[in-house]
Design a protein around this ligand. Structure first.
Ligand code: NAD
Ligand code: TYD
Length: 341
């Protein structure tokens, strides 16, 4: 039997990881520890009526709550919990520091106290900053830290705390850094779900700046499989960059989705750019391919088709998450330029 403690398991990637983990490790018992912030959604756990999955509502920055839920003999902590949206971190960063930095430190301390065998930190390519447009430059594991947004800076700080726990206390840690995920159940403040949910409602689609920024997209299940492999086979203290060699300009992403939904280009609205916007992310995944034997299963076309089908079939999920707090954020972010919801 393996005991796994997954934080942020009611979010987009964490809930996909729990589905994958239950299928991949029939002997796994999973505690899903999540605070259910605006981004955490119990609907993301629908269909997970497996007796091997236990949900505990709690905050990773709350030491007592973490210790109460974390059982001795736990094999691994997978830390997906985070404040994850760059634009929100630009508005206000304190929750990012609390959850992403302090929360990670609380988990590292609890891991030591409970004798957890391995700590897996889910990080991001954004800790390495922005690449030039010259397409011979890539992020690899030797790229230095150059976080540009408050979100990226908080995730870089978390990586440093993980490194320090390994160096100072010998904790067995692995860190994965991945590019932009897409797939089912992603909160519609991020580019792909925002444009899917707006296009399905025939609403305008905000495109930042000139729309030429480049992101390296990966289907969420491919990312989750790489995290599983990093847990199973990653070297202690290792960092693994995870990418599907799938760079796209934002405008290309928008146009592909509009075409797939048979919606007009006239829905596009160019809006003021994000301050300090990173121009390009692109990951060299050679290490994870070579050392962990990982390859993505989905192509951009197949992953996008699955994603579009999921959003088209789950309009109720979209309607529920587009209420309350989402509407307020959307109005602040885009109201003046594209109209509020
Ligand atoms: P998400 O915003 O969809 O989900 C985050 C989850 O964490 C939510 O369920 C939320 O309730 C929970 N959470 C937030 N604060 C918490 C706290 N203090 N205590 C307990 N739970 C808390 O995010 P996501 O897109 O699923 O991202 C998951 C992880 O992957 C994050 O660490 C993020 O930095 C990283 N990541 C995401 C991407 C991406 O493209 N989405 C890319 C690279 C790395
Ligand atoms: P996002 O999904 O927020 O991820 P990240 O900032 O972590 O890369 O944004 C992806 C890209 O899309 C980024 O360059 C900003 C841009 N973008 C838009 O053009 N319009 C939008 O409505 C959103 C949410 C993002």
């Amino acid at each position: 039997m393996q005991k796994l403690f997954v934080t942020g398991g009611a979010g987009f990637i964490g809930s996909a990881f729990i589905r994958l983990a239950l299928a991949r490790w029939p002997d796994a018992e999973i505690t899903n520890f999540d605070a259910l912030t605006y981004a955490g959604n119990p609907d993301n756990l629908k269909g997970l009526d497996d007796a091997r999955h236990r949900f505990v509502r709690g905050d990773i920055a709350d030491r007592e709550a973490v210790l109460a839920a974390l059982e001795a003999g736990t094999d691994a902590i997978f830390n997906f919990a985070a404040e994850s949206h760059v634009d929100r971190s630009i508005e206000r960063a304190d929750d990012f520091l609390r959850t992403n930095i302090l929360g990670t430190q609380v988990l590292l301390d609890a891991a030591r106290e409970r004798g957890v065998r391995r700590f897996v930190q889910i990080s991001t390519d954004e800790v390495m900053g922005s690449l030039p447009e010259d397409d011979s430059a890539f992020f690899n594991e030797e790229s230095g830290y150059a976080p540009n947004s408050p979100y990226a800076a908080s995730k870089a700080a978390a990586e440093h705390m993980v490194r320090a726990a390994r160096h100072t206390f010998g904790l067995d840690t692995v860190t994965t850094r991945c590019g932009n995920n897409y797939g089912p159940r992603q909160f519609p403040e991020k580019l792909i779900p925002l444009l899917l949910s707006n296009a399905l409602h025939d609403e305008p689609i905000p495109v930042y700046g000139d729309g030429q920024n480049v992101r390296d997209w990966i289907y969420v299940e491919d990312h989750c499989r790489a995290v599983a492999l990093a847990y199973e086979r990653g070297e202690a203290g290792g960092i693994y960059n995870i990418g599907a060699r799938n760079e796209r300009r934002n405008l290309e992403v928008v146009e592909s989705i509009l075409a797939a939904l048979d919606k007009p280009r006239s829905l596009i609205r160019y809006v003021k750019d994000r301050p300090g916007h990173d121009r390009r992310y692109a990951i060299d995944p050679s290490k994870v391919e070579r050392e962990l034997g990982w390859q993505p299963v989905e192509t951009w076309e197949s992953g996008l088709a699955k994603t579009i089908t999921w959003y088209a079939e789950n309009t109720e999920w979209i309607s529920r998450v587009r209420g309350g707090a989402y509407r307020d954020f959307y109005a602040r972010q885009y109201g003046a330029e594209v109209g509020a919801k």
